[in-house]
Design a protein around this ligand. Structure first.
Ligand code: ADP
Length: 169
């Protein structure tokens, strides 16, 4: 069956899916935005797991258990800081999605939610980030039967509108 790909507005920490993706920083030791919200909701066990990983380069991802979250796994993806677009930002952001899908496949994840990685304090233009997210998701799901459900969990209505428009194209 084809993968269901959809956008919704809400708090990613509340979702009852196999995995949620965190927009982490390269220390993996927590931060603001969605990262802080995920650590607060998951409890201190998540930080203990993250400490063992000893960081993650930009454009890559790591996986931990979900602890107190409903999600069984958290995939910590490190997006690029936007520096004008000529510093490999697009490829690094695409790398986050590819690495997240590779980990999801390895851990038999059937349902996964992504936040709009890099579009908060990392200032990646939202429309551009949204396009990359949808392209990489379509690319992965075209070749894989493993994923049943991909959710783009948007915190605000404007981001939701961008994803809805991109998914309709
Ligand atoms: P980054 O450092 O990668 O830019 P941010 O956490 O600052 O990460 O922002 C990434 C996106 O996550 C933004 O669109 C922000 O509005 C959104 N966001 C923040 N909190 C949540 C949450 N609880 N659930 C889903 N998305 C969130």
């Amino acid at each position: 069956m084809a993968t269901v790909i959809e956008a919704m507005q809400g708090d990613i920490t509340a979702l009852d899916l196999d995995a949620i993706v965190n927009a982490a920083n390269s220390t993996l030791l927590g931060g603001g935005g969605v990262d802080g919200a995920i650590h607060r909701a998951a409890g201190p066990g998540l930080l203990e797991d993250c400490e063992k990983l000893r960081g993650c380069p930009t454009g890559e991802a790591r996986i931990t258990r979900g602890h107190r979250l409903k999600a069984r796994h958290v995939i910590h993806a490190v997006g690029p800081v936007w520096r004008g677009g000529a510093h490999g930002e697009d490829e690094l952001l695409a790398g986050c999605y590819r690495a997240s899908f590779a980990l999801a496949a390895r851990h038999r994840v059937r349902s996964i939610a992504f936040p709009a990685i890099s579009t908060g304090v990392y200032r990646f233009p939202r429309d551009r980030a949204c396009r990359i997210a949808v392209i990489e998701t379509r690319r992965f799901t075209a070749d894989s039967l493993a994923l049943a459900h991909v959710v783009f969990c948007c915190f605000d209505g404007e981001t939701l509108g961008l994803y809805r428009a991109e998914l309709e194209r």
